[in-house]
Design a protein around this ligand. Structure first.
Ligand SMILES: [Zn+2]
Length: 439
């Protein structure tokens, strides 16, 4: 009996060979700046409802390999901004590209940063100057957060579990109740515990737009309130939010501060509950892979059509988009026919894997990959490494609508994707899943 008990204990004790360090640095703007996510705003921010942050979790396994998760209370990072961060992390800390993951919460109440969704806004040159100033300042805060997390590396254990929360509603049903309404209500949680026995970092996920609020006050929307609730209930811990495949989900009902707070508290309750359950101890090492794979665009309109739209387009988005396309033709002689799409896999021991994908990922990808790789231990992250478009499944691409192609206009892309997109992504994910499997 005693021997059996000993074996059980030995089997469940988490190896303490991990090192972890976490940090948070405020990125709340210090001056009025255009807020991201809606084309309907007509002026820059008018106040701050809640501070916003960049957060960092540095991990080191006993092979000495370091990895860095960066999470942002921002709509997204564009390709150029993400590359600047990844290169700086590599230079300063020797952490290679596949071991840097950058995930945005997609809050629609944080500043426009870089060039994400730029054609969506009616900006003047003075607004653009503020956005550029904010982006440069924000990048310095990212360096600060990364340095603090790496400096804080100390022995830790990692623990994984999942819960549920129900406020995400498939938003494509809102306009058409005949459509299927898939959602992903999973709440994956990775708890990082210091050797003193306290939570040092709590990484949690949910697949839903951060669009409860639409006024001109800076905030993290419900992910901001969720992180605040988790940090309040677990003193000393940094809460990092990893957005899931929520491109076609909205938090409903919405448009009241009380609802943003309520959804934040809902996730706070659920995360606390998951951390009290029997968690899976996560073993080393962390194996990582990263690849950019070309996604094909469908044929774009000819120059004369862009010239016409730039003058007579029905709103500022269509006109901005047409001007951006003309500028691209001017610069490169033609429009791009494909886009390099970032695919990343982090495999934690044999206990859990994160599939980390760029763009606004629709929920079908979560169901497909959880089906293929295991619902109990597969974590799907979207809005990672480059937010440049919606990423529709074949179903959503065929159905059309905003997520199926319409959103290419505010995102400044030439045309909707071609049908093979889902299969190209799935094949690349599968290659990286294989590449990161235990030898
Ligand atoms: Zn969105």
């Amino acid at each position: 009996m005693r021997a059996v008990l000993f074996l059980l204990l030995a089997a469940t004790a988490a190896p303490a060979a991990w090192k972890a360090g976490a940090s948070k640095v405020e990125i709340t703007p210090k001056e009025p700046v255009w807020l991201a996510g809606y084309g309907s705003r007509t002026q820059p921010s008018e106040g701050v409802r809640q501070p916003i942050y960049v957060k960092a979790l540095a991990l080191e396994d006993s092979t000495g390999a370091r990895s860095l998760l960066l999470t942002f209370d921002l709509l997204g990072l564009d390709q150029g901004t993400a590359r600047i961060i990844a290169e700086s992390v590599q230079k300063r800390f020797g952490i290679p590209r596949e071991r840097v993951a950058m995930v945005a919460s997609h809050t629609h109440s944080a500043p426009v940063a870089g060039t994400v969704l730029l054609p969506a806004y009616p900006l003047e040159a003075s607004h653009v100057a503020v956005i550029e100033r904010y982006t440069d300042w924000m990048l310095e805060r990212v360096t600060e957060a990364s340095e603090q997390a790496v400096r804080a590396l100390a022995p830790a254990t990692l623990h994984f579990g999942q819960g549920f929360a129900g406020f995400a509603v498939n938003r494509r049903r809102v306009g058409n109740r005949a459509r299927p309404g898939p959602v992903d209500h999973d709440v994956p949680v990775l708890g990082v515990k210091g050797s003193e026995g306290r939570w040092r970092a709590i990484v949690f996920g949910y697949a839903c737009h951060a669009t409860v609020l639409s006024d001109n006050q800076v905030s993290g929307d419900w992910p901001g309130y969720a992180q605040a609730a988790i940090e309040r209930d677990h003193p000393g811990a940094v809460a990092l939010f990893v957005t899931g495949a929520g491109a076609d989900s909205n938090p409903l009902p919405r448009r009241a501060v009380a609802l943003a707070e309520r959804y934040g508290e809902t996730l706070g309750y659920e995360v606390a509950d998951v951390l009290k359950q029997k968690l899976v101890d996560v073993a080393e090492p962390l194996r990582a892979a990263y690849r950019e794979v070309d996604l094909p665009f469908s044929e774009a309109p000819k120059r004369a059509i862009w010239e016409d739209r730039a003058k007579t387009g029905e709103n500022h988005m269509v006109r901005n988009h047409a001007r951006a396309m003309l500028a691209m033709i001017e610069r490169n002689g033609k429009l791009p026919e494909r886009y390099p799409y970032p695919v990343q896999v982090w495999r934690f021991g044999n206990q859990m894997k994160m599939i980390i994908l760029g763009g606004e990922l629709v929920v079908d990808f979560a169901h497909r990959f959880k089906g293929e790789y295991g619902a109990d231990d597969t974590w799907i992250a979207g809005y990672a490494n480059d937010v440049f478009a919606y990423i529709p499944s074949l179903r959503v691409l065929r159905e059309g609508g905003y997520e199926g192609g319409g959103a290419m206009i505010p995102y400044g892309q030439p045309s909707p994707f071609r049908w093979p997109v889902e299969e190209i992504i799935a094949e690349t994910v599968d290659q990286l899943i294989t590449a990161t499997a235990a030898p």
